[in-house]
Design a protein around this ligand. Structure first.
Ligand SMILES: [Zn+2]
Length: 246
């Protein structure tokens, strides 16, 4: 007997519809059935099987009605028995090669983001697991790997919209620390006084500001005026107050 699957809210994007009859052969877990139609475990928040709360490992024998929901904190104020695993705090990410702009946005807000333009799926999955990072990828085969506990598939094509999605899902608004991390290499920024050299900067820039930040890894220098408008715009997009980027 086929399984009647119904999905809600953001999971509709992954299934490209709200309901589906899934052909049924061997007994299999809810998790496996959902994986077979492209819905990764890491995106699940709550499950019902024949109207009763169920775990992802619940065995299906055919003929059931399955309802799958995204993380409940996005739907109701008091989520109760949400299956969605509590994400690591502080939020740390690993992004696939197609999300370079999103990577720069997240780093500009101070988030620790692992990104390599040449990383393959095995490397991304290994970094997510061994470093306890949240995997952001639009490759659902990657998110479907059993080892991936924390992950999300950004639905939007536009990096600003992707950032809004990720910020809502992972509560980034209150966690932003703008200009504390190097956009280029992910290193920590340290505050430097202009007395300490910085000859590489144009004289006008050196005169205009008293405080600069320098990457502790690649030595890139940042100063507030260069990024403030972009940061303020991005912060308002993720629902955070302008924090007066330092
Ligand atoms: Zn750097």
């Amino acid at each position: 007997m086929d399984v009647q699957l119904r999905v809600y809210a953001g999971l509709v994007d992954l299934l490209a519809r709200a309901e589906l009859e899934v052909p049924f052969g061997q007994p299999r877990s809810v998790k496996d059935l959902l994986g077979s139609v492209g819905i990764p475990r890491c995106e699940l928040g709550f499950l019902l099987v024949d109207g009763e709360a169920a775990t992802p490992d619940r065995l299906l024998v055919g003929g059931e009605r399955v309802a799958a929901y995204p993380p409940l904190h996005q739907l109701v104020p008091d989520p109760g028995d949400d299956l969605w695993p509590t994400p690591p705090d502080p939020r740390r990410f690993v992004l696939d090669v197609h999300l370079g702009t999103l990577c720069r946005r997240l780093r500009l807000l101070g988030f620790d983001v692992w990104y390599r333009s040449f990383a393959d799926d095995d490397e991304l999955a290994a970094v997510a697991v061994t470093e306890g990072r949240i995997l952001l990828s639009r490759d659902r085969q990657l998110l479907l790997r059993r080892t991936i506990i924390h992950g999300y598939c950004p639905r939007a094509d536009d990096p600003d919209d992707q950032l809004t999605e990720v910020a809502e899902r992972y509560g980034l608004g209150d966690r932003c620390r703008p200009l504390t991390r190097c956009v280029r290499c992910n290193g920590d920024l340290e505050v430097v006084d202009k007395a300490e050299g910085l000859e590489e900067l144009p004289p006008r820039t050196r005169r205009a500001f008293d405080t600069f930040a320098r990457c502790s890894v690649c030595r890139q220098v940042y100063w507030p005026g260069a990024h403030t408008p972009a940061i303020e715009r991005i912060l308002s997009g993720v629902g955070a107050q302008g924090t007066g980027a330092r």
